[in-house]
Design a protein around this ligand. Structure first.
Ligand SMILES: Cc1ncc(COP(=O)(O)O)c(C=O)c1O
Length: 346
């Protein structure tokens, strides 16, 4: 989609009626694939994308005082919602968002939204905010915390064109965008400006998502993905979660790697410990990849202009993609508690 940079200053002289607002909201929406949204603020679910709104004075919008998380709707089941909800609740505690909901109640709200959406495969995103109530920095002015959840058609993170999970991606180290301080990096909050700038700088430099290396030369993470490396002696290496987001996907990938890939002889061991960037360069590694969003794993075929391994998607990445996809979408193993059947009405 191309972005419109057209000025609309003349329209500031128009005060719109309710029906004009609705018809304009509808004409702006086209068919974006947003299937259902729950808002605790309005107390129900809407399926018309034009009505999927957040109040402007919700501190989520103008202060970033909100947290969010995701999960995957796969073959009519919510995959790993419990794991994501644990992280949302941790984020909410760190962001000092007081709210009335238990984990079970939050899960129920997501299930109900998925049911109203009616689709069997989709993306799930939900936010908890301190709520609407003025424009100061203080949550004291917010009458009630809010929970919003949206179910939408899956969209590829790498954009249109060949699937980057099959072709691999070129990657670069991001040099000009600073890392978040650890408190912010470990909360999945609505402060994602640095993540966005990381991605944009990466694209400017010929990369895709960007690799962040801290001031001491250690690997951190990517814009919205965790990073992992397979060394030439077949050790799976990924950094600890001290100053980065505790990714749900990398945690599942580590478990699968330890359980399946060591058995299959693809790797010798799994190590989650600080990773100096100097130890995972050039011929010291055979593979590198970035992962997130439950089932997305992007093999990195070149890093800062140097081929990773053979320059093709490697066997470890291929096998992990296979395991993640088969677990989430159907026939694969996986813990029963990681799946919640959505009760559809027909
Ligand atoms: C900064 C950051 N790191 C890592 C991840 C990967 O997390 P997950 O695997 O839970 O999607 C994300 C996900 O959005 C992220 O925003």
């Amino acid at each position: 989609m191309s972005r419109s940079l057209k000025s609309v200053t003349g329209s500031t002289r128009r005060v719109l009626t309710e029906s004009e607002v609705l018809s304009r909201l509808r004409s702006k929406r086209g068919a974006p694939g947003y299937r259902a949204m729950f808002s605790s603020w309005i107390g129900g679910v809407v399926t018309d994308p034009a009505l999927m709104q957040i109040p402007l004075d919700d501190h989520l919008v103008h202060r970033g005082h909100g947290v969010f998380d995701t999960c995957t709707l796969a073959s009519g089941r919510l995959y790993r919602l419990g794991v994501h909800m644990d992280r949302l609740l941790r984020s909410a505690t760190l962001a000092r968002i007081e709210h009335p909901w238990s984990k079970e109640e939050l899960i129920e709200m997501v299930i109900d939204t998925a049911s109203a959406a009616g689709i069997r495969d989709g993306a799930v995103r939900y936010w908890m905010s301190v709520g609407p109530g003025g424009f100061s920095p203080s949550p004291q002015e917010c009458a009630e915390s809010c929970f919003y959840c949206v179910i939408f058609d899956p969209t590829p993170l790498g954009g249109e064109g060949p699937d980057p999970m099959r072709t691999g991606v070129p990657e670069v180290t991001v040099l000009d965008t600073p890392m978040k301080p650890p408190l912010l990096a470990t909360i999945k909050s609505n402060n994602y400006l640095l993540n966005v700038l990381t991605h944009m700088e990466a694209v400017d430099r010929g990369g895709t998502f960007g690799v962040l290396v801290d001031n001491d030369g250690y690997i951190a993470e990517s814009c919205v993905l965790n990073a992992a490396f397979i060394t030439s002696d077949r050790v799976f290496r990924t950094p600890p979660f001290d100053g980065i987001l505790s990714g749900t996907t990398i945690r599942r990938v580590m478990d699968l790697a330890a359980a399946e890939l060591t058995e299959e002889g693809l790797i010798s061991s799994v190590s989650q410990a600080p990773v100096p960037a100097s130890e995972v360069r050039g011929d010291l590694i055979s593979e590198m990849f970035l992962c997130g969003g439950d089932t997305h794993l992007y093999p990195v075929t070149s890093w800062d202009g140097v081929s990773v391994g053979s320059g093709d998607v490697g066997p470890v990445a291929k096998r992990l993609i296979e395991l993640l996809e088969s677990e989430a979408f159907g026939a694969g193993a996986g813990d029963e508690s990681d799946f919640i059947d959505v009760p559809y009405s027909d």
